[in-house]
Design a binder for this molecule. Structure first.
Ligand code: CMC
Length: 430
């Protein structure tokens, strides 16, 4: 017999179906609650609400588990790379050799930006935030591919393979261009022979007569950062993408909304907060110990950035992977940076401190990704942009899942707490 849940309101019992996921996750299906009872559920911030059924990513925060399409993140980190994992996330299966070659080829072929878009960049003030530029550009891309951005669900789905590779490829070019523009540097065109991450670094850091030097350790580290960010189930930006898509909006518009949602400091901006914290500690001539002592006061404004996670109450599995990569990058590049020394000291102090143990606060992915990106030379205001490049496969996969499913337009209810009806008294305007 299928499981049900009973809700009793004013002594009247109502029965609701229970949905069980493949990892035995349980949810009470309250879709008919309002029809049957006149009540709605209230869950500010959706912390206890499954907004959809999804077959893309599984997280068990208690165990520190993260899987894309059933594959453990550790296995993907060891055996795969960003592009292969992006294919997996978007299409649900690992690619065959020929599928992977074709996917790579399409991504390579789509790296360049339409000449018309260069004038958009010129029109932005050069102190514009790269996330503002990126969201505008991702949405604008749809104007160059109207057949893929028709807001006609069937037509957009027909062109999804092309739209997906265009987005995956061009988000990286657009990101590099926003950096070059901000620093008044000439745009560097992508090189078809370079792999995904090194092509990005080339577009960021090459000079007209001096190419960025390919470094396999750095390429691997960047691959890992992007791979580890490829999806994280119903986070703020991904839920935004699904919400926008549920109204029938095309992939470019939905992904652009995802970029905007990611921009906030409580979401994609946490990796920047880590570096700002390290700079503050350095400026205060602290070695980290005073900061850790203050972080234990319970004052939210003094929290140790890059520690703790809303979902992971065990070691963030992504942080575990990046910790080792972080050491490799620092060793290979021989970086001498006082902020990185402070970061390692902080990690040492906090991971041996009872306060952090008792509250199950461990370094999260942002702690190490921030350090690695700083060591590679990526400026802090580009960190969230890097996150957006990494999250693009997830946004595409969720757009696809929503567009091919039967989900209605997303339209939550609310509990109104404003004024009851009042009489309108016109002001005397004489
Ligand atoms: N430093 C010091 N104390 C902390 C921290 C921290 N970073 N995080 C939580 N605590 C304490 C908190 O004060 C509370 O203590 P007490 O029980 O004595 O009142 C206890 O730990 C539980 O805190 P909470 O706010 O209930 O924990 P939460 O799960 O709601 O918060 C968090 C999660 C990520 C908002 C929080 O840990 C935090 O603010 N961390 C720093 C910011 C950060 O690194 N964010 C990035 C997260 S990863 C992003 C992603 O995956 O997209």
């Amino acid at each position: 017999m299928s499981e049900t849940a009973k809700i009793i309101i004013a002594d009247q019992p109502y029965e609701f179906p229970v949905i069980t996921g493949t990892e035995n996750e349980k949810a009470i299906d309250t879709a008919r609650l309002r029809d049957l009872t006149g009540y709605v559920t209230y869950d500010d911030g959706y912390g206890n609400t499954a907004s959809c059924e999804s077959a893309i990513t599984f997280i068990d925060g208690e165990q520190g588990t993260l899987r894309y399409r059933g594959y453990d993140i550790q296995d993907l980190a060891v055996h795969s790379n960003f592009i292969e994992s992006a294919y997996l996330v978007v299409y649900g299966e690992l690619p065959t050799i020929s599928q992977l070659q074709n996917f790579r080829h399409l991504i390579l072929r789509n790296a360049a930006i339409h000449q018309g878009m260069f004038s958009f960049f010129e029109a932005f003030p050069n102190n514009s935030h790269p996330m503002a530029i990126l969201s505008a550009m991702v949405n604008s891309l749809g104007c160059y591919y109207p057949e893929m951005a028709s807001n006609n669900r069937e037509q957009d789905l027909e062109h999804l393979d092309s739209a997906a590779t265009i987005l995956l490829s061009k988000v990286r070019t657009l990101a590099a261009m926003s950096y070059r523009m901000k620093y008044g540097l000439p745009f560097i065109h992508p090189k078809p022979e370079l792999p995904y991450c090194s092509n990005f670094l080339h577009m960021m850091f090459s000079e007209p007569y001096a190419d960025y030097k390919f470094n396999p350790v750095v390429d691997r580290a960047l691959n890992l950062i992007l791979l580890l960010h490829a999806d994280h189930e119903q986070n703020c930006s991904t839920s935004t993408v699904r919400m926008v898509a549920s109204g029938g909006a095309n992939l470019f518009a939905s992904a652009s909304a995802g970029v905007c949602a990611l921009w906030g400091p409580a979401h994609g901006g946490a990796n920047m907060a880590v570096i700002h914290m390290l700079a503050q500690i350095h400026q205060d001539s602290d070695d980290g110990s005073r900061f850790v002592a203050a972080a234990k006061s319970g004052d939210k404004s003094k929290r140790l950035m890059g520690f703790g996670h809303r979902v992971y109450k065990n070691y963030d599995p992504r942080a575990k992977i990046l910790r080792k990569t972080c050491a490799d990058v620092l060793n290979t590049l021989g970086v001498n940076d006082p902020l990185l020394d402070i970061a390692l000291k902080l990690e040492e102090i906090a991971t041996h401190d009872e306060y952090f143990h008792a509250r199950r606060l461990y370094p999260n992915v942002d702690f190490y990704s921030g350090i690695i990106m700083r060591a590679i030379g990526i400026p802090v205001d580009m960190f969230t942009v890097m996150f957006a490049i990494g999250r693009m496969p997830g946004w595409i996969a969720h757009w696809r899942e929503l567009a091919t499913g039967n989900s209605p337009i997303h339209r939550p209810r609310q509990i109104y707490t404003g004024s009851p009806r009042r009489e309108f008294t016109p002001i005397d305007q004489r």
